[in-house]
Design a protein around this ligand. Structure first.
Ligand code: ZN
Length: 313
C-alpha cells in the first residue's frame, strides 16, 4: 500500500518519546525492550499525521494491526492509545529517575569531597568482588554493608564512595555495588541500595572505553525500623564494633554539651521510653530513653535505636 510518509519532525518525536518501544508489546506482554518497527496510523488513515494518531509498533504488531479490515475486530483505537500513553508515562518517569540519579564519576568525586565533613559515608565490603567479565570487558559486582541510621543522602553518598574507591583499586569497565543493611548476608536483593558505575550508569552499556556515570538507587527497605523495644525491657547498648554509645539529655541532639555519659559496647540498659517520629513517609526515627548503671549511680539518657538491642535469649 502506497502511503504518504509522516513528516520528519513528527516521526522523530514519536521515535524519541516511545524510545522505539512497541506499545502493544508493552501493554499486552509487559515487554519493555526496544524493537525494530514502524510508525502506525492508529485510525488507518495515512493522511492523519497528528501525533495523537501515531504509535511505534514492532514489525509483527504493525503487520497485525495494519492487516485488520476494521476496528471492530481485535484491539480498539482507545485501547491502543491507552497502552501507548501508559508507555509514554512510564518511560518518562524512568528517564527522570535516571537523570536525577545519574552523575559522572568526576562530579561524584567532587561532590563527595565537598560533603565529607558532614556526611557519614563509611562502608564495609562483605566479601571479595565477584567477576562477571566477558569479551574483554571487566565487570565486577561487590556487596557492602551500610551502617544503619543514615539519611537518604548519606546512603546515596556511601554507595557512590564505595563505587569510586573500589573502581580505583580494581579498574573495571563496569562496577555494581550492592548495599545491604547490617546483619544481611548480602546474597539477596539489596536492602540499602545499589550503585552502578558504567557508561550512562547502565551495567548493560559496559564497554572498553566510554565516559562513565554513576547511577544510584536507594532502597526503601533500608529505612524500615528495627525490631522495637518497649519501656521496661532489658537491653544492651551495642554500637558497631569499636564504637561507643553517647547518652544525651536531649532526644534529638547528640552534640558534646548534651552528652551525659559515654558507655562501652555491650553495656546493659533498661528502656524507659520510646520516641518515634516519621520524618518522611518512608522514614521512621526511633529513639529510646534508657537507664544505665555507672558505678553506683543510675544515669538516664537518649540513644538512637540502632545502638540498642534486646538482651538475647
Ligand atoms: Zn509489539
Amino acid at each position: 500500500m502506497a502511503r504518504k510518509s509522516v513528516p520528519r519532525e513528527t516521526e522523530t518525536r514519536v521515535l524519541t518519546v516511545s524510545g522505539r518501544r512497541c506499545c502493544l508489546c508493552y501493554g499486552l506482554l509487559s515487554d519493555f525492550d526496544t524493537k525494530h518497527g514502524q510508525i502506525a496510523h492508529l485510525d488507518q488513515n495515512p493522511e492523519n499525521n497528528s501525533f495523537d494518531n501515531l504509535a511505534f509498533f514492532c514489525l509483527p504488531h504493525h503487520d497485525e494491526y495494519d492487516s485488520r479490515p476494521s476496528q471492530s475486530k481485535g484491539l480498539t483505537i482507545a485501547e491502543v492509545k491507552d497502552y501507548r500513553d501508559m508507555l509514554y508515562r512510564d518511560l518518562d518517569a524512568r528517564r527522570r529517575a535516571v537523570r536525577e540519579d545519574l552523575v559522572t564519576a568526576s562530579a561524584a568525586r567532587h561532590e563527595l569531597a565537598a560533603a565529607k565533613p558532614r556526611l557519614r559515608t563509611s562502608y564495609r565490603p562483605l566479601r571479595p568482588p565477584e567477576d562477571y567479565s566477558y569479551a574483554d570487558i571487566k565487570r565486577l559486582s561487590v556487596a557492602v554493608e551500610v551502617p544503619l541510621g543514615r539519611s537518604e543522602e548519606e546512603v546515596k553518598k556511601t554507595l557512590e564512595r564505595a563505587a569510586l574507591e573500589i573502581a580505583e583499586r580494581q579498574t573495571p569497565n563496569a562496577l555494581m555495588v550492592l548495599g545491604y543493611r547490617p546483619g544481611d548476608d548480602g546474597k539477596g536483593i539489596y536492602t540499602a541500595g545499589r550503585a552502578i558505575l558504567a557508561p550512562n550508569g547502565r551495567w548493560g552499556d559496559a564497554a572498553k572505553e566510554a565516559q562513565t556515570g554513576i547511577a544510584v538507587d536507594v532502597a526503601r527497605a533500608y529505612f524500615a525500623p528495627q525490631a522495637t523495644l518497649c519501656p521496661g525491657d532489658e537491653a544492651i547498648l551495642l554500637p558497631s564494633p569499636g564504637g561507643t554509645v553517647d547518652l544525651s539529655r536531649e532526644r534529638d541532639d547528640w552534640t558534646e554539651e548534651n552528652i551525659v555519659l559515654r558507655v562501652e559496647r555491650r553495656t546493659p540498659a533498661k528502656v524507659l521510653k520510646r520516641h518515634e517520629e516519621a520524618l518522611t513517609p518512608d522514614r521512621l526515627f526511633i529513639r529510646y530513653l534508657v537507664q544505665v548503671t555507672n558505678g553506683k549511680r543510675d544515669v538516664k539518657g537518649w540513644v538512637h535505636d540502632w545502638d540498642v538491642k534486646p538482651v538475647e535469649g
